[in-house]
Ligand binder design. Sequence first.
Ligand code: FE2
Ligand code: FE2
Length: 121
Amino acid sequence: MTITSELIWQDQQHQTLFQLIDEIKAEQVDLSTFTRLIDYAEHHFSLEELYMQQLNYPDYEAHFQAHNKFRNELLKMLDGHQEYTPELREMLASFLSEWLKRHIFGVDKRLEAYILASERK
Ligand SMILES: [Fe+2]
Ligand SMILES: [Fe+2]
């Protein structure tokens, strides 16, 4: 695996997550919109976690817990009693994208730097 490919997967997956979050705000939304987002988030988080484990990342536990928090927030959205009004969806989407932005510019940036440094060794 090359350094360039590392950078590309993390960034591209983040972009896809933002796109999926945006879809929550669309005119036509059903359960599959939410499950696609949840599945993709799981795919992305597991990949980062795999890298952290393989590279013995020192901050693994905190980063893993941060992912778990997001996993829980996403699962809450599947609550069948909720009525997905446009207002609620707007609120969910902005909550999720704000969270993701903070995560990406915080812990994910540090993980990225660590992956790059490990590859240069
Ligand atoms: Fe992460
Ligand atoms: Fe990430």
